[in-house]
Design a protein around this ligand. Sequence first.
Ligand SMILES: [Zn+2]
Length: 118
Amino acid sequence: MTTIKVTCPDCGDIDLQPTDLQLSVAPTWATYRFRCSECGEMVRKPADTEIVDLLSSAGVPTSVIPAEVLEVRSGPVISYDDVLDFALALRDESTLQRLLAEHQPAGGSQRKRRRLRW
Ligand SMILES: [Zn+2]
């Protein structure tokens, strides 16, 4: 069985099994975490590409964080009424085009309007 040597900041080197660790990989960063078997503290450390490859190949459970999770959100939260209005707008192409035209970002409106006419 594979043993992984990790370092707790308080206790030093400890040996863990792959299932004692958790690897999280996002598009721009990665971390691994484990609970120290000596002191019980949760330890989280950054993981570079080499560490990600080593931990993955050893069978450490991995969570892939999609890029959408890291997007900065702005504006009001979409409500049930908003979804209902959108569903109703889908029934009427002219209403849908008007609503989309009202919410287009500056600069890209001509291109998107042409696509809608197809
Ligand atoms: Zn410790």
